[in-house]
Design a protein around this ligand. Sequence first.
Ligand SMILES: [Mn+2]
Length: 451
Amino acid sequence: MRYFLIVDSIGLGKALLPEVGARDEVFLLPVGRASKRSGSTAVNWPELRLSSSDRIIVCVADSDIREKKLAEIRDAAPKTPVLLVDYGGKYKKLRDEDETFATIEAGALFGAKAAEKWKEIELRKKTAAMRGAIDRGKPLWILVQNDPDPDALASAMALRKLLGLKASAAPIVTLKQVARSENVSMARLLKVKVREVLADDISGAPQVALVDVQPGYFSREFGNVKIVIDHHPRTVKCPGAFVDVRPSCGATSIILMEYLEANGTAIDPSLATALYYGIKTDTLALGREASGGGWRAFSELGPLADHGMVSQMERPRLESAEVAVFVRALRRFYIRRDCLFADLGRVYKEDLVPRIADFVMQIGEHKFSVVWGAVGREVTFAARSLNRAVDSGAVLRDVFGGLGSAGGHRVMARATIPAGVFKKAFGSGAAGKNAVTKKILNAVENLIERG
Ligand SMILES: [Mn+2]
């Protein structure tokens, strides 16, 4: 293919060079000062024998010259595709009439790329600040939430990579070990070690980084927090630490992916798989809170990730004891006013509650569900919503906020209250079940009314 570039500046002309193959020919046809006066370059169009398989790019700021060139080209080569860099001209009519003609806005050429580069500079400055916040000579403990999810594990792995620290120098720690089956299989498949420690151990650690969580999450204040990177709503200030909290971001993995990219840090398949899975689960495959960065990160990681491994993580096998709890959910669920409820009774593993909450969303047409079960001395609730007007987190906070811990997003949320508190507030047996159902339905309706 032959490319003809009609340009008023050689420098810009070269920047405009499209991705050409080795066998393509490129002709740079500058429009100089001299030609401005005469209004013509020395190009002999008929001699070039332009055909429909050639391509012409016109990038001329002066509108008179631009019009003149365009007329010449259309005259000599009516079938040759022309891409015109538009400096605010009105070429819509020409475009409508001529299928071989297209325009591109002058600002658009550089604008999008430039915005990316400004952001890259910003992120590299922030990385330097992050590195400056820690002492490289001492171990850095990366603390994640209790029963950490894929976004937390991936973010911890990414932070380690970004800071160039070995696993031994930057252990991933939690106050409550990974329990949910998908997360257990992720940790196993990616060989991520998570160490369960006590709050006292953390207080005694030389320095701590928090990812996918903030200091306010923990009941104790740690004085040695040096880095906080998270996407949950900002809670407490953390003076003296490097803090990057972006509640608009769908996953902490997206934030860390941006840091890795800006710094040109290589992403190995294992880290790519972790980040991909972290973003996928935290954003429900970008269905929720899909920021522009999310789509970008997801498409960059897609080709690098091990998808066989991802599907293994997503579909952990059910143990026979687990199957029994699923069967119980199917027997016991009931629907009131388009909401599905299931009281699982006593369950032996806490992660069964959220898994069954996911599972029951496949039943019927309802758009909101709450599933609960007694685990140890606590009752755990998991809510799921496909209704834009019903925020799962708001519902659970409304009903259970004063009784224990409750939190989450619009799509998924969780609450845990002591069994004794449950009994006192709602009663036990069928009466308790009915009281909880009624309270939740009230909260849902209040939310819908408030819009
Ligand atoms: Mn997260």
